[in-house]
Write a protein that binds this ligand. Structure first.
Ligand code: NAD
Length: 434
């Protein structure tokens, strides 16, 4: 199939890099976002998210004349849906007395609905948003059928999961292997032809529900693995050993790959996607459910560690370093670091949070520091919550001059502990015994 124009709905971490990459490969791209502020910013060549290289490619794509942005779609050869699929804030499912979170599919539904008037025979529609199994078949196809056209017969419909690593999105978008699951083999082939425009990795064709499952299985596997690592960190504390050393030794086994413990699991993918399995089959997913519970409880465990270091937290001043959900990104969604800060405050601590990738973040109830110095200057203790490169490189001697704190709590095994101890800091580590 030949593509001249693509309409991409949702201009966030996935949609915007995808749109500009298509445009730079000679395709006319209309990027659509319901947020007028984002459309206005992009129209001026400014971007609203932090991703290395993205600003340059967006500017180049706009300058090429191939990329334009709008709040409304237009007719196109292909439509890509890359809108958010978080979970619902205030509604939960229940099975056997256990509550679970539910996917909020409103953005996907409304994106599919706005395509309907523009859908033409021979078009391709691809859902990229991470979604519960059977979304493409049971939710998207019936909505698009309101056009009078039938998926698989009159137009192509497929699901293609996104697996890019934030911080490396522009490279991985091109180099990663991509799975494309069509409603029919012809739909898979049409999806293959579309992504072939820029993807250098292998493009593997399958059916839509398998492709949906693949994405959820990848993230669920990581969530369960991290839950084991987090439980190991608690066991290591109990038995007085260093979990980081034990994991690195266990990983010398050629068929073992244990991930790292930490303050919890966050982001909009790994901490969300396993719930899509639990929601659609609670009777089949006790392990996935409990892994989620273990990881969601890990911020409480970190607070216990801080209490071990400081005793009562009442009126204690704490500098929290890092609020992002993982290293070197500005994404604070579902971040366990935020949860740690909130729990410390509930215990009476006065927390100042420093997030170098989003210093002006506006998080309800969280007191943001204006700089590292501002966060630490009056602190009784420093808690390291995210393995940002600049935190790993902190020089304890320079820090000692800027703070009265002589206690540092490392939840991510990010520091040279001997150097900090030699500078006079008491170092407390997650999963490192007594
Ligand atoms: N960010 C990642 O690293 C990543 C990786 C894999 C999969 N995903 C999945 O990709 C999807 C998109 O994620 P993201 O990180 O790009 O989200 P995002 O929040 O960064 O961007 C989504 C954009 O969609 C816009 N939007 C919301 N509803 C819309 C609608 N009806 N029509 C048009 N635009 C609409 C929002 O304004 C926002 O700008 C999600 O399902 C996510 O789980 C993300």
């Amino acid at each position: 199939m030949n593509f001249k124009k693509v309409c991409i709905l949702g201009l966030g971490y996935i949609g915007l890099p995808t749109a500009s990459t298509f445009a730079m490969h000679g395709i006319k791209v209309l990027g659509v976002d319901t947020n007028p502020r984002i459309v206005e910013m992009l129209g001026k060549g400014e971007i609203h998210i932090h991703e290395p290289g993205l600003r340059d490619i967006v500017k180049a794509a706009l300058a090429s004349g191939n990329f334009s942005v709008s709040t409304k779609p237009e007719e196109a050869d292909a439509f890509l849906i890359a809108v958010p699929t978080p979970f619902q804030e205030n509604k939960f499912g229940e099975y056997n007395g256990q509550t679970y979170k539910l996917a909020d599919m409103r953005a996907v539904i409304s994106a599919a609905e706005v395509i309907v008037p523009y859908l033409r025979k021979g078009n391709l529609v691809v859902l990229e948003s991470t979604s519960p199994p059977r979304t493409t078949v049971d939710l998207i196809a019936p909505i698009l059928a309101r056009s009078g056209l039938q998926a698989g017969r009159d137009f192509h419909l497929a699901y293609s999961p996104e697996r890019v690593l934030p911080g490396q999105i522009l490279r991985e978008l091109i180099e990663n292997a991509r799975v494309i699951g069509g409603l029919t083999p012809e739909s898979s082939q049409a999806g293959h032809d579309l992504y072939k425009i820029f993807v250098k990795g292998e493009i593997i064709k399958t059916d839509a529900t398998t492709a949906e499952m693949v994405k959820l299985m990848e993230n669920t596997y990581r969530d369960v693995n991290i839950a084991i690592a987090n439980e190991f960190s608690r066991l290591a504390d109990k038995f007085g050993i260093d979990v980081w050393e034990a994991i690195s030794l266990a990983n010398r086994h050629p068929r073992v790959k244990i991930l790292s413990p930490g303050p919890g699991v966050g982001g909009h993918c790994i901490s969300v996607d396993p719930w899509f399995f639990v929601e659609t089959a609670p009777e089949l997913t006790p392990l996935i459910y409990h892994a989620r519970k273990v990881n969601d409880a890990q911020p409480h465990y970190v607070v216990e560690l801080v209490k071990r270091a400081l005793g009562s937290l009442k009126s204690k001043k704490i500098a929290a370093l890092g609020l992002a959900y993982k290293p070197d990104v500005d994404d604070l969604r579902e971040s366990p670091a935020n949860e740690v800060v909130r729990l410390l405050q509930e215990e009476g601590a006065q927390v100042k949070a420093w997030e170098p990738f989003k210093p002006d973040a506006n998080l309800p109830g969280i007191d943001m520091a204006s700089s590292l110095e501002d966060a630490i200057k009056d602190a009784d203790a420093i808690v390291l919550l995210v393995k940002h490169t600049e935190f790993v490189r902190l020089d304890p001697q320079a820090i000692a001059l800027k703070t009265k704190a002589r206690i540092i709590i490392d939840t991510i095994n990010g520091l040279n502990h001997e150097a900090w101890k030699n500078t006079g800091f008491s170092v407390y580590r997650l999963g490192a015994g007594k």
